[in-house]
Ligand binder design. Structure first.
Ligand code: PEP
Length: 250
């Protein structure tokens, strides 16, 4: 992971109140974070502006999802244009909790392409369910999900703002973390896939985060693996221990 800047990002999901988030901002503002690690948080859309105002500028703020277009008759959606207008830095797309509600890989790829075209960094999630892992289908599920990004991010340059997050669904919110070896195996295969399907440059430069029950207890072992470039953190990102996870890549 030598040439890739580590990234640790918190996904608050549907959690938090103004006062709780102000507390989190205070903790992060007072923490000693290495300038060699990028840190970001993704609160709910209604809290984005508050978090951007409360957090020091070194900590990135981004959305948990964003739409395929800039504006129009799309009730309930949030656009990349609006995120940029708020001074935000990134958006997550393709989280398994959204795929579960019927989002397709093609649609998620379009979201990623639109957001990167507006200058946002995009964290594109992928990951298999337990039944896929148990039946040996992990990589076929992941490469199907990758086809969505591949089809939409047509030019090599479009990948420069793209980050991938490998999040095995069986590890999300379950307390069951993938072992460092299990995670590294998939991250390594993903990097090979990027090399074969896009380019050597994209394979070498794209950061691949691990997500799924990351805590302050398991982050140090995971980050040692060659192809693990940081974390996407759910539950633990709401706790003070998030700071220790942000410090793991050192
Ligand atoms: C997530 O939602 O992206 C996630 C990884 O959740 P948790 O850390 O709680 O497993």
């Amino acid at each position: 992971a030598a040439r890739r800047i580590p990234l640790v990002c918190g996904n608050f999901k549907l959690n938090g109140s103004r006062s709780m988030l102000e507390g989190i901002a205070k903790t992060l503002n007072g923490a000693s974070l290495s300038s060699n690690v990028q840190v970001g948080v993704a609160p709910s859309a209604v809290h984005l502006d508050l978090m951007r105002q409360k957090l020091r500028s070194e900590v990135m703020v981004g959305a948990q999802d964003c739409w395929t277009k800039g504006s129009g008759a799309f009730t309930g959606e949030t656009s990349a244009d609006m995120l940029v207008d708020l001074g935000l830095e990134f958006s997550i797309v393709g989280h398994s909790e959204r795929r579960e509600k019927g989002e397709t890989s093609a649609e998620i790829g379009e979201k990623a392409a639109y957001a990167t075209s507006k200058g946002l960094m995009v964290i594109g999630c992928i990951g298999e369910k337990l039944e896929h892992r148990e039946s040996g289908k992990t990589m076929s599920v992941i490469t199907e999900q990758m086809q969505g990004y591949l089809a939409a991010l047509k030019e090599e340059e479009m990948w420069s703002d793209m980050v991938l997050a490998y999040e095995p669904v069986w590890a999300i919110g379950t307390g069951k973390t993938a072992s460092p070896e299990q995670a590294q195996e998939v991250h390594g295969e993903l990097r090979d896939w990027l090399k074969t399907n896009i380019s050597e440059k994209v394979a070498a430069e794209t950061r691949i985060l691990y997500g799924g029950s990351v805590t302050e207890k398991n982050c140090d072992e995971l980050i040692k693996k060659e192809d693990i470039d940081g974390f996407l953190v759910g539950g633990a990102s709401l706790k003070p221990e998030f700071v220790q996870i942000c410090q793991a890549p050192g």
